[in-house]
Structure formats: structure tokens, C-alpha cells
Design a protein around this ligand. Sequence first.
Ligand SMILES: Cc1cc2nc3c(=O)[nH]c(=O)nc-3n(C[C@H](O)[C@H](O)[C@H](O)COP(=O)(O)OP(=O)(O)OC[C@H]3O[C@@H](n4cnc5c(N)ncnc54)[C@H](O)[C@@H]3O)c2cc1C
Length: 410
Amino acid sequence: MIENNTINYSETIVIGAGAAGLFCAAHIGKAGKQVTLFDNGKKIGRKILMAGGGFCNFTNLDVRPSHYLSQNPHFVKSALARFTQWDFISLVCEYGIAYHEKGESGQLFCDNSAQDIVDLLAQECAKGKVNIQLRQQIDRVEQVENDTKVRFKIHANGQVWACQNLVIATGGLSMPALGATPFGYKISEQFGLNVIAPRASLVPFTYRETDKIYTALSGVSLDVNVSAGKTHFRGDMLFTHRGLSGPTILQISNYWQANDSVEIDLLPSENLAEILAEWKKQSPNQQLKNALAQVLPKRLVDLWLEHNLLKFGHKSLAQLSNVEIVELVQFVHHWQFQPNGTEGYRTAEVTMGGVDTREISSKTMESQQHSGLYFIGEVLDVTGWLGGYNFQWAWSSAYACATAIGQNAD
Ligand SMILES: Cc1cc2nc3c(=O)[nH]c(=O)nc-3n(C[C@H](O)[C@H](O)[C@H](O)COP(=O)(O)OP(=O)(O)OC[C@H]3O[C@@H](n4cnc5c(N)ncnc54)[C@H](O)[C@@H]3O)c2cc1C
């Protein structure tokens, strides 16, 4: 594309009109600074609209640094402390947005629609007079040496934009259909910053060939306790036609390493050995399969029988030997499930890994090597648990960056 010779100037350019970019640009603008926000899409906040099943789980009542994974676990502390979940909740209240907690999980969702959060961010941007430039294809970013006012030039849509501060808020690789690109990682590499290898996370597992029998259970869900190493989560697991999903599986995917197994307790609310002993006393002639179907989904028990996995399912409880009971307890409470892999970026909620936070100031989100270059949100090597933590990171990191830029002397 032929470039227009005119150079546009904006003191700060934020790239990525997602959660972090919108919030950051709004705060920079509200601090009285000139700011332009670029995005490759035709709409702002596309991922927010999809989030939380369309109701956007925008934060959690209980946010702690331990809810985040990073090669540098202390990195999140400062930003999370300076813009907390309560600060975002106050803003939501200020806009009169109705919200609710899901059960007692601490997860906060909009009552009406995720559009409420996008509208809030749009209005905040309007208050900050943010110049929003959509459908921008950025060809390259150039660093300008020895000039404190113009440190970067952005070449986009045949135009050149110059800026003093450049904020990268382009997120991770999950959901390419919603505009995800590796732009942020490429910029890091261009500027010599390390990138922790990205991978899909908060993502369903897929079946190995031998586990494909479970496709027959598609739609069945049950309460489980799933562990990877020392980490475990309790909650719903869903059998799908591709593998295992549901909140507990998404949570553990943050901790799962390729080729490892996860251990699944299919009956976490009971001690199978104890209830078997009880049942044996009460109804010794009952068949094991019928007894198990009282506490586990019948379709699961039937599938085990059909494929000979529950070897003594037809025996009566009285006929079960102690060795068989030990085997059964192992089978139900300690299922070793080895995923073939994950569903990948197509369905992943987040990208694990990203720009190495050891090269970024935890107070300002600025690169320690390059003045004026900032990274915020999911593009960084910070991954939250499922439950509103990833949006909270977007708000907190955006606020830290915007505060620093807002306080810069003109
Ligand atoms: C289906 C789904 C549901 C989710 N639900 C929740 C939830 O309920 N709660 C929660 O906390 N988290 C949720 N998440 C995670 C959360 O959406 C992200 O962690 C969060 O959006 C990250 O914010 P971000 O601003 O860093 O990146 P994004 O929101 O991904 O924004 C990045 C922006 O940059 C733009 N961009 C990318 N490349 C370029 C480029 N080359 N040029 C210009 N623009 C570019 C993109 O179009 C996008 O607008 C969900 C994720 C998904 C996929």
C-alpha cells in the first residue's frame, strides 16, 4: 500500500481495543492526555461480548495473586493491589449496571448482557476523548532513536502515526475468529524482549483413541475433583464428543503439562469403600452396577459395563471381595485420564505464556529496556484462573499503565 506522507501524531497509541486497551486508553484520556486506540476489528471489545456466555464474568469477589500463573509470580501483586476488584465493582455500580454473584463462587456477572460492560468502556473512552481507529492493519512499528517526543512510528492502513508512548494490548492467541493475532509477541521479539512460549489454556481436553468410547457420554456432567500434581479443583466436569470439558477441566488445563495424566475423583462427595460397606449390610443382593448408578450417572456405569471396564458390575454386593473393592475404589476415586491434547486456540479462553514479565516494570507495565513501550493484559505472561480473574488482570494492568502515562510530565 502506498503511504500517505502526512504523519499523524498522538502522544500515546494503544493497540488493541479489548478489555485492557479500552480501559487503559480511557484512563489516559481522562488524565488529560492525548490518546489514540487502534484495533484490527470493526467493533470494540469483541471478546468481552462473548465472555461468560454473553453475561461477562467481569471480576471475582476474591482476587489474590495466587489466582494467577506466571513465570514471575510476584509480578501481579502491585497492579492488583492498586486497582482492585472493588474499584471495578464501584465503576460498574456508578454506571448502574445490574450484576449478580454466581452461587457462592465469587464470580460476578452482568444480569442483563456483556454489552453493558462494553458500553461502560465506550463511555469511559468518550469521557477521555479517546480517538478510536478501527479496522487498522498494522504493517510495522518503527523505533525512533534520540527523540523523546517521537519514540515510535506506526505504519497502518497506508498512514504513518507517530507517538511518544506505545501500549501493546493485543491479547493472546485464543479465538482467532475474534481478531486474535501474534502481534504482541512479534513486537516483543522486534524489541528483543523474551516471550514465554504461548499455549492454549482454560481449554477442554481431547480424547486419545482408546478413550473415544466416552464420546457416547456427550452431554453427561458430574461433580468431580480433578488434580494435576499438587493442584486440584472441585466442580463440574462435562463429557463432550471430543473430550472432557466443564469448569473443573478448564481450571486444571492451566496446570496440565503435555503428555501428563490428570487424576479424576469421580465421586468426591463420598467415600466409596464406606458406602459399599453400608450398602452391603442393607442390601447384600443388590448388583454393584445398580448400587453405583445411585451415586454416579447411569450412562457412565452402563458404558463401563458395556466395555468391560467395570469387571464385576454384575456381581451382588455380597459377592465382592476386599481386593475387588480396593480395585473399584481406585477406579472411581483415582481415574488416571491422559488427554490426547487440548482443543487449542479455537476454543481456549486464554493463552498461557506471553511477554516475559521479568522484562517489564510491575508498577508501570513499561519495558525496562525501552522507554515508552508498555504491555498490558493477556499479552503478558500472566494467566488467571477461570472466574473473572483474567478480566481483573486486564483492568488492573491497564490502570497501572494509564496511571504511569497520565503522570508523565508533558
Ligand atoms: C469465549 C471467551 C470467554 C471468556 N470469558 C471470560 C470471563 O467471563 N471472565 C474473564 O475474566 N475472562 C474471560 N475470558 C478471557 C478474557 O476475555 C481475556 O483474558 C481478556 O479479554 C484479555 O483482555 P486483553 O484486552 O488483554 O485482550 P483481548 O480482549 O483479546 O483484546 C485484544 C484486542 O487486540 C486486537 N488485536 C489483536 N491483534 C491485533 C493487531 N495485529 N492489530 C490491531 N488489533 C489487534 C483484537 O482484535 C482485540 O480487540 C474469556 C475468553 C474467551 C475467549
